[in-house]
Design a protein around this ligand. Structure first.
Ligand code: NDP
Length: 326
């Protein structure tokens, strides 16, 4: 089967493509520039007969994906801005995410080959404000962010724009699906996941993996004591969830929440003690409150299991350090 993966050079997508190729799928990846495509072609040179790329320079343009989806059996739409430190504007964060979703779904209206679409949403699309200790599940939607962006889009922080972008883009996906379910031959799965940690396969590190590095080496640990952190996931598990979402019939029409669990900042230091690195702060006992991730649906439908937080954090850092040494 042939799978179209948008934003194929991203931190998450690179893992997804790797897993798809290992499972004998053919993959067409979209990238914004030919040089990124050539990098991928080189990276996947062992699979030259099953990997190809196509340049989609502006995903917001109507018809941008018309050519890319030709002959694809399934689509994984991962491309969306995820800027370091949430730096950006309405135009750079919100518009590409939401208009990019509109554009790919419009193209998909005419597809006669695609059977399943998996849309990479985010935990932020669920993340309305709640007190620490809240139990998160698929019924949560971040209506707060959607409301704020409708009111004053140009006054919001990059962080709030990202929350609104992911929420509204996922809404676009479901609205398209519900409005056109009878005309199209595909069904929809959306996946929501929190902070993705784990080893990067490319040179550049990702914003979410940088978070681990910064917490471990750059920020003062005492500032983080007693501070609630949130939920996490591992890139290897999240990409496995994408592949399983293609394979499990029952996933069709489902919004699925994926998370390895909850963490507080002290857990990062705890996980890294085995490295015996004097630069890594000693953990202190604290009284943090953990959120709860109700991931029963992912377990039931996808049969997903997870790396541990310790594995994920250590592997994140190890991969970063290897690159720094090279
Ligand atoms: P990356 O930044 O590594 O990858 C993002 C991908 O989207 C890249 O291929 C990038 O292309 C592409 N992209 C970014 N901006 C645009 C744009 N304006 N137009 C077209 N393509 C664009 O991030 P991740 O791999 O972490 O993120 C992948 C997906 O996962 C995103 O949808 C993100 O929202 C979601 N996600 C990520 C989480 C995390 O913690 N990392 C958590 C939850 C969800 P280019 O290289 O050309 O910029």
């Amino acid at each position: 089967a042939k799978v179209l993966v948008t934003g194929a050079n991203g931190f998450l997508a690179l893992h997804i493509v790797t897993q798809l190729l290992a499972q004998d799928y053919s993959v067409r990846g979209t990238v914004r520039t030919a040089s990124k495509g050539e990098w991928l072609k080189n990276h996947f040179s062992k699979f030259a007969d099953r990997f190809e790329y196509i340049v989609v320079s502006d995903i917001t343009k109507e018809g941008a994906f018309d050519e890319a989806i030709q002959g694809a059996d399934a689509v994984l739409h991962t491309a969306a801005p995820f800027p370091d430190g949430f730096a950006g504007t309405y135009e750079s964060i919100y518009v590409p995410s939401v208009h990019g979703a509109q554009s790919i779904f419009k193209s998909l209206l005419g597809s006669t080959t695609v059977k399943r679409v998996v849309f990479t949403s985010s935990f932020v699309a669920m993340m309305e404000p709640h007190d620490p200790g809240y139990t998160w599940s698929e019924t949560d939607w971040n209506d707060n962010a959607s409301k704020l962006v409708k009111g004053s889009p140009h006054e919001l922080s990059g962080y709030m724009l990202y929350l609104a972008a992911k929420t509204d883009a996922e809404r676009v996906a479901w609205d398209f699906y519900h409005n056109h379910q009878k005309e199209v031959q595909w069904d929809l799965v959306t996946l929501m996941m929190p902070y993705i940690f784990g080893p990067a396969l490319q040179e550049e590190s990702n914003f979410s993996t940088n978070v681990i590095y910064r917490k471990a080496f750059e920020e003062r640990p005492k500032d983080q004591v007693g501070k609630h952190a949130g939920l996490w996931s591992d890139v290897r598990d999240v990409s496995r969830a994408h592949v399983l979402s293609l394979q499990k019939q029952q996933a069709g029409g489902e919004r699925i929440f994926i998370a390895g669990g909850a963490f507080v900042w002290q857990d990062v230091y705890k996980a890294l003690q085995t490295l015996n690195n004097p630069e890594i702060p000693r953990p202190v006992e604290d009284s943090d409150v953990y959120d709860i991730a109700d991931t029963a649906k992912a377990a039931r439908i996808l049969g997903l299991d997870y790396h541990t937080f310790g594995e994920s954090v250590r592997d994140t850092l190890e991969a970063m350090q290897e690159r720094r040494v090279q």
